[in-house]
Design a protein around this ligand. Structure first.
Ligand code: GLU
Length: 462
């Protein structure tokens, strides 16, 4: 899409078994930046916590990324020149870098653990949280030029563990070593890591390496703006959207807007356009609110814009699963119904309910709809007039049906639309749905008339 460049970004998750919306957004922003700049998008698995990092957890992550269409250029299943891409397989590399720090006198061993050694005057202070005296260091302040947050200046005050006594390496160390060894040029990650960055820069400097550009992206907040969205909040897992048959491109479009906007307020955009326009200056500093209504709206926009063939192809398994259609359902009929329902559908999740009555003869009459239709006029009289009038319709197409209803209305001194609500109720049990004439046509003459007669009979009985 863009000229190849030297940009190398990475998504470095620690798989837990779920693909959280925050992780997905971090992956997405890295992917967008790589595609925007013509760089490389690396997937690195930070699986140092062996208890939580199971094959299932990895599978959930890779599946989620694939569902969102976030293809990586290097990483698991793909390989690349900077592998291995699992931290658990990079022990030799960590040992080598640890040795560099020891040789440079920037690390030391104490009680079996290895600490990173800060430079500066040392003093002892009482720490009331730890309830102990701790050694602190007067270091040079570190100023990180964050591409989103501007200059962020911090002091690292205490030496920190880079290898625990059990031999496991600490997060800060392996994270930085991998970014150096993998030639990462831009670190795009959640703002929760901003506070780690000064430590990371200390490690870069101690290893004689140039830090990458840091870009800390805003937290995702609950819709009311009060507090950070957590893994327990509803809607926070990508797999929920998979299960609920959301359109992946719609979810991706929505995630793009969680902290980024194209400045002209446009929201629904093809991904190629987002890639073209995506840059750090469009990323906001303040937290991004997670608005499920906006997601639902975007999903509906995508659904209605699908080519009808795609819509049918995606809808069929959902309707089968819901028991709405089966192997006896006629292909042409299914297609005709879906073609007229697409513009009325909000989501695939609600589709079985929306079209269900059109696929079975024992559909229920919605009591609310019934009440509404029977509130005024004489719907049963209209229906009794309509049935014989429609019997004469030939050919059974929208124009001819419409003409017949129109001349019936004129003859009976009624309005055309006095016939519509009762017709709809009789053939679908509902008050809304696809365009009535289109629906009548799609149902077919026999089925439509049979439903009307049966409705009239039932009403007469009750
Ligand atoms: N494994 C870390 C995380 O999942 C990576 C942080 C980073 O991107 O540097 O939060």
């Amino acid at each position: 899409m863009n000229e190849p460049s030297e940009v190398r970004v990475r998504f470095a998750p620690s798989p837990t078994g779920f693909f959280h919306i925050g992780s997905a957004r971090t992956a997405l922003f890295n992917w967008l930046y790589a595609r925007h700049t013509g760089g490389k998008f690396v997937l690195r698995i930070e699986d140092t916590d062996t208890a939580r990092n199971t094959p299932e957890a990895l599978a959930a992550l890779l599946e989620g990324m694939r569902w969102l269409g976030l293809d990586w250029d290097e990483g698991p299943e793909k390989g690349g020149d900077y592998g291995p891409y699992f931290q658990s397989e990079r022990q030799d590399i960590y040992a080598e870098y640890l040795q560099k720090l020891l040789d440079a006198d920037r690390a030391y061993e104490k009680d079996g653990a290895v600490y990173f050694k800060l430079l500066g005057e040392r003093y002892v202070e009482f720490d009331k949280y730890k309830d102990a005296e701790i050694e602190k260091v007067r270091t040079e302040p570190i100023t990180v030029k964050d591409a989103i947050r501007g200059d962020v200046t911090r002091n690292v005050e205490t030496d920190f563990v880079i290898r625990r006594s059990n031999g496991d390496y600490g997060f800060h160390f392996v994270n930085v070593v991998d970014d150096i060894a993998m030639n990462i040029t831009h670190v795009i990650r959640g703002e929760d890591h901003l506070s780690n960055t000064a430590r990371h820069v200390e490690i870069y400097q101690a290893l004689g390496a140039t830090p990458p550009v840091f870009a800390h992206i805003p937290l995702i907040l609950k819709v009311d703006g009060k507090g950070k969205m957590s893994k327990r909040d509803e809607g926070s897992l990508i797999e929920e959207y998979v299960k609920r048959s959301f359109i992946p491109e719609a979810v991706r479009n929505f995630l793009c807007l969680l902290g980024w906007n194209p400045k002209d307020g446009q929201e629904v955009m093809p991904i190629a356009e987002i890639i073209e326009r995506f840059d750090f200056d469009g990323i906001q500093k303040e937290g991004a609110r997670f608005d499920e209504k906006k997601l639902a709206f975007i999903n509906t926009e995508y659904l209605r814009a699908l080519p009808v063939e795609t819509f049918c192809w995606l809808a069929a398994p959902i309707l089968t699963e819901a028991g709405v259609i089966d192997e006896h359902t006629q292909e042409d009929y299914l297609h005709a119904i879906l073609a007229i329902s697409q513009e009325k559908a909000r989501d695939f999740e609600g589709l079985p309910e929306l079209v269900g009555p059109l696929f079975k003869e024992d559909f229920t009459i919605d009591p609310e709809a019934h009440k509404r239709v029977f509130k005024k006029g004489e719907p049963l009289a209209r229906l009794a007039e309509l049935i014989p009038a429609l019997e004469g319709v030939d050919p059974w197409d929208e124009q001819t049906i419409d003409n017949h209803i129109l001349s019936l209305a004129e003859k009976m001194d009624q309005r055309k639309f006095d016939y519509f609500p009762i017709a709809r109720l009789a053939i679908s049990g509902q008050a809304g749905g696809p365009d009535l004439l289109a629906l009548l046509r799609a149902l077919g003459k026999d089925r439509a008339l049979m439903r009307m007669r049966r409705f009239a009979e039932r009403e007469a009985e009750s």
